[in-house]
Design a protein around this ligand. Structure first.
Ligand code: SAM
Length: 327
């Protein structure tokens, strides 16, 4: 979910690019999948409905409870664990699966989390400035805004929110500390921009700062960057890794990691693996798949979603059997 969508307000969670994901992953009875961000369980339910087995992970215990309830009819083919997808390889080994025919990461936060003011992700309703996916530990957004030096707050807002007014906002935050709630923080930021609620500006000036804080609190880019190379190695021959990202910082990590794995030179590099080292992966989406008009009309969250798919090169009769949706 992008900063602007987060601002647009919560709705029920509708899984994005649902058909594309199912077509690329091609679930069938006997195949095993890892859904690293099970969320409300929308994509996982699709995979289970097609007869496959799923290991579903989420860092958020509350979200997992909702998913478990929804997915109860499939309990015999489903394992749910509260964990980061970064531990996906270890948990696959723990449950004795080792490899997966497909892996899905649908990044960011779900509408369920956004809709709950006690989680502190949204500023339309007041709530504690928390933003942790996993509330059992780690620093909250309040910890960051109330303890970091001004310079570090500015860096964080610029790096993770691409916020051009980062310095001015950081200064206002430090001047108004302690800040304990979402509305309080949004008000401090709005005042730096001379913004009034109900005015004509389309995007609330706190939107980017909220995105930046959420990414920092949950170490989202770091998790993604470290996890992708490990998860790729969990694929069976012919297995596929599908990643849906919602903002450019995430998409850049996915794109570069997939390029490198497929042996393609990155910008500024002259070549990928040398002539001896054969690429073991190929990118199936030359350009990322995006929502089409019908989905956009139904689910505004899908607007900025980009789906990239990587395949582990294997025998033609590998688990994903050469199926390719019409992109
Ligand atoms: C966009 S939602 C997924 C929605 C899901 N595909 C569905 O159809 O309902 C993203 C989920 O990823 C979880 N999440 C974020 N970072 C994570 C991580 N590093 N490991 C595991 N789960 C994570 C969030 O808690 C959230 O529930």
């Amino acid at each position: 979910m992008t900063a602007a969508q987060a601002e647009a307000g919560p709705t029920e969670h509708i899984p994005v690019l649902y058909q594309s994901v199912l077509e690329w992953l091609d679930p069938r009875p006997g195949r095993r999948y890892l859904d690293g961000t099970v969320g409300g369980g929308g994509h996982t339910e699709g995979i289970l409905r097609q007869g496959a087995e799923v290991l579903g992970l989420d860092r958020d215990a509350e979200t997992l409870r909702v998913a478990a309830q929804r997915l109860a009819p499939f309990a015999g083919r489903l394992v749910l664990r509260q964990a980061s997808y970064r531990r996906g390889a270890a948990i696959l080994a723990e449950i004795g699966w080792r490899k997966a025919a497909g892996i899905l990461l649908d990044l960011g936060l779900s509408s369920l989390q956004l809709a709950d003011p006690s989680r502190g992700f949204a500023f339309r309703q007041d709530g504690p400035l928390d933003m942790r996916f996993d509330r059992s530990g780690g620093e909250s957004a309040a910890d960051l805004v109330n303890t970091l030096p001004e310079e570090e707050i500015a860096d964080l807002l610029f790096r993770y929110g691409e916020e051009r007014r980062a310095r001015r906002i950081a200064k206002a935050i430090v001047r108004n500390r302690p800040i304990g709630t979402t509305r309080q923080l949004a008000g401090v930021i709005a005042a730096t921009a001379g913004f009034s609620e109900g005015g004509r500006s389309r995007m609330h000036p706190a939107t980017r700062a909220f995105q930046a804080l959420r990414i920092a609190v949950n170490h989202e880019l770091d998790e993604l960057e470290r996890a992708l190379p490990v998860l790729m190695e969990c694929l069976e021959d012919g297995g596929r890794l599908a990643v849906i990202s919602f903002q450019s910082l995430e998409d850049r990590i996915v794109k570069q990691t997939f390029r490198k794995a497929a042996g393609k030179p990155l910008k500024g590099e002259r070549s990928g693996p040398g002539p001896i080292e054969e690429a073991r992966f190929r990118e199936l989406t030359k350009k990322p798949a995006q929502a089409e008009a019908e989905e956009l009309a139904e689910n505004p969250r899908s607007r900025s979603a980009k789906l990239r798919v990587l395949e582990k090169i294997g025998s033609a009769d590998g688990p994903a059997g050469g199926t390719k949706p019409g992109h």
